[in-house]
Design a protein around this ligand. Sequence first.
Ligand code: FAD
Length: 401
Amino acid sequence: CHESVLTGPIETTMCDFETIESVNEELFGNLSELVEKPFFRYFQVDLYRECPFWPDDGSCNDPGCAITTLDEKDVPEKWRAKALSKVDPSSIEARHSLPGCYYRDSDFCFLDDNTEGEYFDLRLVPERYTGYSGKDAHRVWRSIYEENCFGLSELNLMTGKSPAPISLPDTMIEVLHEDGQDSDPQCLEKRVYYKVISGLHASISTHICHEYLNQTTGEWHPNLDCFISRVASHPERLQYIYFDTILLLRAVARLGPYLSAFDYCSTGTHEDDAETLKSLTKVIDIAKHAGAFDETILFRGENANVLKEEFKTHFRNVTRIMDCVGCDKCRLWGKIQTTGIATALKILFELDEKALDPHTNSDLLQRSEVVALMNTLYRFSESLQAVEEFRTMWRALDQKE
Ligand code: FAD
């Protein structure tokens, strides 16, 4: 591990980050193949649930926000609503229900109950600039960061209390950040919460800047200024993209045997299924090498369980806040990625080796959780690829000057 010689806001010097960088091209290649497979590309979700926190969701009327659903007949038969409704209810762990969704005690997110919701072909919905912005988008981000106030949050879905007024100014987001990082040095979990969210935010911003629409020419192109101002000029945001990637990789590594035993069949041809497993095996191998996240240092000590429950409640609320995102495309990827991260958190903090054993616990994860986990990792890996491209643009600019 060596110190990076290049200077500028896009560089990073941490060893873990170097490990990720050294494997990311291979990781991205394999994930790109994986997410093309039917198992990983069709996702069912109810995109039109009511926002539980405020009355209007500030709908984005920009055509970039619109999304096309998939006719169910184009989805492999195995996952159509009719087939899913045949699942034996006694095989489902005890769960808490809200209209259209539920969570189990071990979950960090709300999941769709598969009775409503439509299918989307994720490969037809790139995460990129949509035009969704302004006070409505800020309100969503702000309320997500406000979930960082451990012990103070008013947003309590479990008790059905009315939502807290979302009235903090933007600058308050920074205060909350600092709060999460400095003033409470004991609370590592609070810092982890902040890093996870900030990393997700930075990854989404990276996608927006990488596939940016020039509204004058109508052309899509990487926008270096956008990336510098939103991400690279805040080096910690870039670091948190790596942080989330490492967290996701560690979860995939732990879940390796379970993922290898998962049923990917009947999704296409026999050849297709074999290829799915092959790409997946490569991703798991890379994850074992590069997923250096140490989950054992979290949720230890006296109040560990209380803290974990609180962390879980906050993260579940984040998955519900996604229903308040006023842009269909952004909401879809917001839901997938918060579910993907929540699945990783569950694997790391809730499940021991026995629970992860595919032979004793084959119903551990829903298909939607596996799909969300791998697509989220794909998105982060794609962000890191984009960062590489921005670095090249930055160097070229630097040499010119
Ligand atoms: P925002 O990104 O809205 O940030 C608001 C404030 O948060 C900033 O002023 C800053 O103080 C702080 N902040 C910014 N980044 C970070 C960070 N990484 N860590 C900590 N603090 C930070 N738009 C699209 O075009 N395409 C999408 O696919 C898309 N998906 C979205 C998904 C979700 C869940 C949400 C909530 C929004 C999405 N948006 C999307 C909107 C997008 O994220 C921005 O809100 C929008 O582009 C306006 O950006 P902005 O520069 O005003 O700042």
